[in-house]
Ligand binder design. Structure first.
Ligand SMILES: C[S@@+](CC[C@H](N)C(=O)[O-])C[C@H]1O[C@@H](n2cnc3c(N)ncnc32)[C@H](O)[C@@H]1O
Length: 269
């Protein structure tokens, strides 16, 4: 009998890895775009000052720092498969740790809050990871996952943008195991993991109209993925150029991506 293959980290070897010289800038643009939305979802849970928090795939660390400030009598374990860009800001209640969600064990019943943004969307085996994260919560603890997801691509009014986003989706799925349609299934995965009191906020994001923070993050991500899309034949040079040219068109306005924040709670005993 063949054993199940061990999932491996394909993100760290990808063009989106921390090794790229512009990754700190790209992470900062993600933070500028998404932090207000993430904070709205987290504030809705009314964090207590003494909560023990786990940040997964913490990137540049902005949400770990926010949690440390919001829970001054608690703690934040800020983790990532690569912690080299994770800035704790010197907060005394943040500890950093390398943690690969695909392979590393998690403690059981240890956290009041677990949060991860734009991480699970890049990993295969999401449902199994969510089940493990749910088991790492204390009774009554919260899991919050927020991810960018594709929004109504089928009726996108710009064929060139539809092609570009589709090519990005196909390429990152093939090479990295990412799935920008997967966040839609988060509520189902949360329920299957036994979480209760589910809720979500879904926010379409505006691109175009003169350089929104969404646009800065999207353009930088597409530029980084470009060689991979061309190499894997998911787009031609000409189609890529047509899609990217839209960002220079002052009349371009679209909502091809949205931000989905989902939360759920471990049942109280
Ligand atoms: C798009 S960045 C998002 C960073 C941050 N959460 C944010 O939203 O600002 C994805 C992050 O997930 C991390 N990551 C990728 N694969 C991972 C894995 N297998 N386990 C843990 N973290 C991972 C990356 O290193 C990166 O920091």
């Amino acid at each position: 009998m063949r054993s199940k293959p061990v999932p491996t980290d394909r993100y760290s070897g990808s063009p989106l890895s921390h090794a790229h010289p512009s990754e700190a800038t790209r992470l900062r643009s993600l933070e500028l775009m998404l932090d207000p939305l993430t904070v709205t979802a987290l504030e809705g849970l009314r964090p207590r000052p003494d909560w023990r928090c786990l940040e997964i795939g913490g990137g540049g660390g902005s949400i770990a720092r926010w949690l440390a400030n919001r829970c001054p009598a608690g703690s934040v374990l800020a983790t990532d498969v690569d912690v080299t860009l994770l800035d704790t800001g010197g907060a005394p209640n943040i500890t950093t740790q390398v943690l690969d969600l695909l392979t590393d064990p998690l403690p059981e019943a240890a956290f009041d809050l677990i949060h991860g943004r734009a991480v699970l969307v890049h990993l295969g085996d999401r449902d199994a990871i969510i089940a493990r994260l749910a088991r790492a919560l204390v009774p009554g603890g919260w899991l919050v996952v927020d991810d960018p997801c594709v929004f109504g691509l089928e009726n996108c009014p710009y064929p060139a943008m539809r092609r570009l986003v589709q090519a990005f989706d196909d390429c990152t799925a093939q090479v990295m195991g990412s799935d920008i349609r997967s966040p839609r299934r988060l509520p189902l995965a949360f329920a299957a993991a036994g979480l209760v009191e589910l809720g979500l906020i879904h926010t379409p994001l505006l691109v175009g109209g003169g350089g929104s923070t969404m646009e800065v993050a999207l353009v930088s991500t597409l530029e980084r993925i470009r060689p991979m899309m061309l190499a894997h034949g998911t787009i031609t040079e000409r189609e890529y150029a047509e899609g990217m040219a839209l960002f220079a068109d002052p009349s371009f306005l679209d909502t091809s991506f949205a931000h989905l924040a989902v939360w759920g709670r471990a049942p109280s005993r």
